[in-house]
Design a protein around this ligand. Structure first.
Ligand SMILES: O=P(O)(O)O[C@H]1O[C@H](CO)[C@@H](O)[C@H]1O
Ligand SMILES: O=c1cc[nH]c(=O)[nH]1
Length: 234
């Protein structure tokens, strides 16, 4: 057991899919994994391990925001020997060419969080995805015919931002999606020697005021989950 996870040693697979929402973790375990068993429930942050195409895979919620996600990612890596963490999240978008339901893969993650500067003596650490995981996810998305966008994303500390003018800059600099965990996850992976990737479904378009219904959200998240699972155990 670790401080925030009450699974036993060996309960987690080497690869963990990590949505923000613990109930999305449950949905993935029930709908996509075979023989899934719940392995942790501290604070309701549910985690499960099962198989996909006969290969062991785990899924666990991260909670919202870099501080929460960093705790779980760090403990999974250092206490449970997890090697690959793939965030399967939702994000907002600002770009004209991005549509609801597009699947955005975060090759890099900008942030207003200070966590990676804390790790890097105040300098700018480039928070990037593991190239091998990225390559496999792109290949799996292409094979499935999913509308993929690959590039920079932005991990915000504040969902309700006091700086909406940042959205203009993000559009200008071609930031594809706004979410709240990827830059922290990439920093944790670098610090503790694991591999990480963030994949997000566009759930709302900030400029156009569009948002997926809960039903749409469910269906389009399926595509992203399939991309993630096929890329690690296809
Ligand atoms: O849908 P998830 O994975 O939680 O991701 C996004 O949704 C939450 C905000 O509503 C934040 O965690 C953000 O990153
Ligand atoms: O963090 C998030 C998630 C979805 N949409 C946003 O605008 N931000």
């Amino acid at each position: 057991m670790s401080i925030h996870i009450n699974a036993k040693a060996g309960d987690f697979a080497k690869t963990v899919l990590m949505p923000g929402d613990p109930l999305r973790a449950k949905f993935i375990a029930e709908e996509f994994l075979q023989d899934a068993v719940q392995v942790t429930d501290v604070r309701g942050m549910l985690g499960f391990t099962g198989t996909y195409n006969g290969k062991p895979v785990s899924v666990m919620g991260s909670g919202m925001g870099i501080p929460s996600a960093s705790i779980y990612a760090k403990e999974l890596i250092t206490e449970y020997g997890v090697e690959n963490i793939i965030r399967v999240g939702s994000c907002g978008a600002v770009g004209k060419d991005i549509k609801l339901r597009d699947v955005v893969i975060g090759m890099g993650a900008c942030t207003d969080s200070n966590v990676n500067r804390m790790r890097f003596r105040g300098y700018d650490f480039a928070a990037i995805a593991d190239f091998g995981l990225l390559e496999k996810a792109v290949a799996s998305g292409r094979k499935l015919g999913v509308n993929l966008q690959v590039g920079n994303i932005y991990s915000a500390d504040l969902f309700y931002t006091p700086e909406p003018e940042m959205f203009d800059l993000m559009e200008k600099l071609n930031v594809l999606g706004v979410e709240m965990e990827a830059a922290g996850l990439y920093g944790v992976a670098a610090e503790f020697g694991a591999k990480a990737l963030a994949i997000c479904t566009v759930s709302d378009h900030i400029r156009r005021g569009e948002a997926l219904s809960s039903e749409d959200r469910q269906t389009s998240l399926r595509e992203m989950i399939q991309v993630a699972l096929d890329s690690v155990a296809g």
